[in-house]
Design a protein around this ligand. Structure first.
Ligand code: GLN
Length: 205
């Protein structure tokens, strides 16, 4: 049978809603063609085709994941191939390795990378940068960084999507169905990163 026109279904994409910029991601996902849903409980996680882990504070987020009893199921779904996108603190949560964790801090893992928290230093708590991001058409991507982590090292199956031209540090990566950025696409009107992620979910769903 000949391939018909592409059906643009709205995949169900969750945002882990324990802490951080949840509302901004829900809006960005809706504007990018997904049906967004806040995820706080295991049954809510069961119902989504993909998940965003927002920016916020990774130490607090880990404590809440632990308190809400979500760690095991999150790890199972991520390792089982559910598409996942982490921004900033979310990138930290997806790191297989943290060289400088806070006391008791764990991550969910999923991307073969080492991530340093608060890496850009206090004097540049927050800044913007034009980035070339692999896979995005059009002009450079204007990225907002807030107490951002950077990626210090990646394994062979990780694709580097962007480096910061100021420091040459890795700030966007993809490994299979896991995508992560040091910056906050949810805080700017450019929807290309969320569209890329919604496409990844649609391809998988
Ligand atoms: N520095 C934060 C952390 O360690 C991340 C900052 C952010 O998400 N804006 O979790």
């Amino acid at each position: 049978m000949a391939a018909g026109p592409r059906v643009l279904v709205r995949p169900a994409v969750g945002v882990l809603a324990l802490q951080g910029d949840v509302v901004e991601h829900l809006r960005a996902l809706r504007e990018s063609g997904a049906e967004p849903a806040a995820v706080r409980r295991p049954d809510e996680l069961d119902r989504v085709d993909g998940l965003v882990i927002p920016g916020g504070e990774s130490t607090t987020m880990w404590k809440l994941i632990d308190v809400f009893g979500l760690a095991e199921q999150l790890r199972k779904r991520i390792s089982g191939g559910m598409p996942v996108f982490g921004s900033c603190a979310g990138l930290i949560m997806l790191a297989d390795r943290l060289p400088d964790p806070a006391s008791g801090q764990q991550t969910l893992g999923g991307i073969d990378m080492a991530v340093r928290r608060n890496a850009f230093g206090r004097q540049v708590d927050s800044f913007e940068r034009d980035l070339e991001v692999a896979g995005l058409d059009g002009p450079p991507y204007r990225a907002v960084f807030i107490r951002a982590p950077w990626v210090e090292g990646v394994g062979p199956s990780v694709e580097v999507l962007a480096t910061d031209p100021g420091t040459s540090r890795i700030v966007a990566v993809r490994q299979g169905r896991a995508l992560a950025t040091s910056f906050h696409p949810e805080l700017t009107p450019d929807r290309r990163i969320h569209q890329l992620f919604v496409d990844m979910v649609r391809d998988q769903a």
